[in-house]
Design a protein around this ligand. Structure first.
Ligand code: 5AD
Ligand code: SF4
Ligand code: FES
Length: 356
């Protein structure tokens, strides 16, 4: 078994291809140190030591969708909802630029309050700052994606979450996998740098299903892949819907962290030049999560640039890091962490440069 996975890893570090079975094999339990070491080496070979920072502005936690796992789901009455007004979003983006960020990510639930017109105005104002702009605001029509792109948005993030029909139908009621795939096609065809990704460790999810997700991300092919470990949110009905018994959440966190690292590392082997963030969720379940991720294939971090209490209210899952810190604090904190492992913060916008 051990020799088999060594062979798979060494082969894919050269060829950047893996079959579904091989991916499933690498996702299964067993020592993953060679996988992590190899993905770190591939990252270094293709992307060097620079880490891209993207300033995250969480501008609204209203969502019209009802994803079973997510704290922002519309039926969660326990969440304090907020919206940041367009002029304040622009002000936060200006501040982020002041902290030296070269990219701002505007993220929200699917909130119809921000009409196409409002978004276009926000985007064009922010683009005057000469920084890259990423949108992460959910499923929209082709016309809306086009309007945002025409206004200057550079990148779009839309996680596929899972490509498993059954899991998708169960956990994303009222949405369809087909439409989500269509959205990603539209985003791609409009020339956005396309980001997607998955949730890892959803109740009922198998390594075989994750292997298919990974191949889908390569099929698109994404410019960026964000991998989030699933974290249980008690304000959601996930276990009622999944039919699972009450869980050992400590063990869950440990397993989902490790499995997410493997997914990231495999993606790095398959897509050596893409941007892969060390996600906030990874650090939420492991206090050294982002650094560990940066040493297992990741090359991006998305520090929070939202101000005040809003951070706390953007509660997709409990225990989120950085909720009491200021944007200035996080900027310094993450730079120090990155420098402490001999890496440096990139001074440019950090677009995806295709090398293979
Ligand atoms: N744990 C971890 N990540 C989650 N997301 C939603 N709910 C959870 C959860 N319970 C992620 C999804 C989505 C993004 C808004 O947050 O992947 O794309
Ligand atoms: Fe809304 Fe996204 Fe959460 Fe689903 S995962 S409820 S679309 S914020
Ligand atoms: Fe926010 Fe470290 S990045 S406290």
């Amino acid at each position: 078994m051990k020799e088999k996975s060594t062979e798979i890893i060494n082969k894919s570090a050269q060829s950047h291809t893996l079959s579904e079975d091989e991916i499933a094999e690498l996702l299964k339990a067993g020592d993953a140190s060679l996988l992590f070491k190899t993905s770190d080496a591939v990252r270094k070979k293709y992307l060097g030591e620079e880490v891209h920072l993207r300033a995250l502005i969480e501008f609204s936690n209203y969502c019209k969708q009802n994803c079973v796992y997510c704290g922002l789901r519309r039926d969660n009455a326990r969440l304090n909802r907020y919206r940041i007004e367009p002029e304040d979003i622009i002000r936060l983006a200006k501040k982020a630029k002041g902290y030296g960020y070269k990219t701002v990510v505007l993220q929200s639930g699917e909130d119809p309050y921000y009409t196409t017109e409002k978004m276009v105005k926000i985007i064009s104002e922010i683009k005057k700052l000469d920084i890259a702009l990423t949108l992460s605001i959910g499923e929209k029509t082709y016309g809306q994606y086009k309007a945002f792109r025409d206004a200057g948005a550079d990148r779009y993030l839309l996680r596929i979450e899972t490509t498993d029909e059954e899991l998708y139908a169960k956990y994303d009621p009222g949405m369809s996998l087909e439409n989500r795939k269509k959205c990603l096609e539209n985003i791609k065809s409009l020339g956005y740098e396309t980001g997607s990704g998955i949730l890892v460790g959803l109740p009922g999810q198998t390594v075989e299903s994750i292997a298919k997700d990974i191949l889908y991300l390569k099929f698109i092919p994404v410019d960026m892949a964000g991998i989030g470990p699933f974290i249980y949110n008690p304000d959601t009905p996930i276990y009622e819907i999944s039919g699972e018994e009450s869980k050992d959440e400590q063990l869950n966190k440990k397993n989902n962290f490790e499995l997410s690292l493997r997914v990231m590392a495999i993606l790095r082997l398959l897509m050596p030049d893409i941007n892969i963030p060390a996600t906030t969720a990874m650090e939420t379940i492991n206090c050294n999560g982002r650094i560990t991720a940066l040493q297992s294939g990741a090359n991006v971090v998305m520090p929070n640039a939202t101000e005040g209490d809003y951070r706390k209210f953007y509660e997709i899952y409990p225990g989120k890091i950085c909720v009491s810190e200021s944007p200035a604090h996080c900027r310094l904190c993450i730079t120090n962490k990155i420098n402490s492992i001999g890496r440096s913060v990139c001074k440019h916008k950090g677009f995806h440069k295709r090398a293979v």
